[in-house]
Design a protein around this ligand. Structure first.
Ligand code: UT7
Length: 335
């Protein structure tokens, strides 16, 4: 019997800071609206040619590998979560294997959007718990900015998302009272289109159809979000899945040392904080600086929290996410 534990964490965000005022030069929006509704002050956008989803993931991974005190050749498996891959196929997992010069281990791509990192951790954890692998590299990385509608038409979505990457090394832990205690995953495909990017896709509109139609009003290749519907579902599912994880381990909200929620909206994090009666220092938020970086948001936030000394041996750390799919999940960790 083994557990897995997080042995090393790293993150990378592009240098280019885009403030709310910068966005108001491109579209009809303003700093007050964005901050009031989301808590976001600024986000990072990749400057074209300087980074990709894969290169950001590789930069985060190098830091995580170094901090874990292992060599790249000790990595047995790669799990890469993103909704914004460099290529339609192959996914970025194999590009990381190539760019880091890792031997020919398996590389798996996870497509679960905002819940991607939680799903990826769950997969890695199960491989380690089964004894199959000892060290798994888990990456969440997103390059949103090149795919957003930066006009007033797209403002409800475009002001929210940002670019960046985070990574973790999961390693075998023989003390099963420590490390990842449990993971909890859910989905509800009934609401798939409520937060989605429909085209290009093989089902409806492929690139050739889009080019042939040459329709400037076609919004199907930009992300769509039914914001209020997503918000309402998010607060319910976040609460449920955190409670599910705590109950499974005979724990209660009082036991939480640090909650690191997916950074979807500061108002959602504040709602969860209030619901569970947590103090400000028990919830880590950084959406103010980076916006919503979907699969990258939890590993970036967890790394920052760890760097700030907010995650210590013995602490109960809870990760939770909700997003497109709908998908949601939680991870309960005894650090
Ligand atoms: O990470 C995955 C999960 N995602 C989430 O959990 C996101 C959940 N949803 C949300 O965070 C919120 O719904 C948003 C922040 C996306 C939007 O906030 P909202 O309070 O639901 O606003 P709304 O979409 O209902 O729009 C309100 C008004 C509209 O104008 P009218 O119709 O009232 O005249 C919008 O056109 O705000 C307008 N609006 C904007 N105004 C200025 C929409 N986007 C903007 C903008 N700047 N960027």
């Amino acid at each position: 019997m083994y557990n897995s534990r997080i042995a090393g964490l790293g993150y990378y965000v592009p240098e280019n800071v885009v403030t709310n005022d910068d966005l108001s030069q491109l579209m009809d929006t303003n700093d007050a609206w964005i901050q009031e509704r989301t808590g976001i002050k600024e986000r990072r956008h990749v400057i074209s040619g300087e980074d990709t989803t894969t290169t950001m993931g590789v930069k985060a991974a190098k830091i995580a590998i170094d901090r874990a005190g292992i060599d790249k050749d000790d990595i047995d498996f790669i799990v890469f979560a993103t909704l914004s891959p460099d290529y339609y196929f192959p996914g970025p997992g194999v590009l990381v294997q190539r760019d880091l010069g890792i031997k020919t281990v398996g590389a798996l791509d996870v497509r679960n959007q905002c819940s991607g990192f939680v799903y990826a951790i769950s997969v890695a954890d199960q491989y380690i718990k089964s004894g199959m692998y000892k060290n798994v590299l888990v990456i969440g990385s997103e390059l949103h900015s090149h795919g957003l509608d930066m006009t007033t038409r797209g403002r409800a979505v475009s002001v929210i998302f940002g670019d960046g990457a985070g990574a973790a090394i999961l390693t075998r832990e023989v003390d099963t009272s420590k490390g990842i205690l449990s993971t909890h995953l859910h989905s509800e495909g009934q609401h798939a289109e409520e937060l989605s990017l429909i085209a290009p896709g093989m089902g409806k509109r492929w690139v050739t159809d889009i080019i042939e139609d040459n329709d400037a009003n076609d919004e199907s290749y930009y992300p769509y979000m039914n914001g209020q519907f997503v918000f309402k579902n998010a607060v319910v599912r976040f609460s449920e899945v955190i409670m599910e994880g705590l109950k499974k381990n005979g724990l209660s909200p009082d036991d939480i040392g640090l909650l690191v929620p997916h950074q979807a909206n500061l108002r959602i994090s504040q709602f969860i904080q209030k619901k569970f009666g947590l103090r400000d220092d028990q919830v880590y938020n950084n959406i103010m600086k980076y916006g919503n970086t979907t699969a990258a948001s939890i590993p970036i936030a967890l790394t920052e929290a760890w760097e700030a000394g907010k995650v210590n041996d013995g602490d109960l750390v809870v990760l939770a996410a909700f997003g497109s799919g709908f998908t949601w999940g939680s991870v309960i960790i005894r650090w």
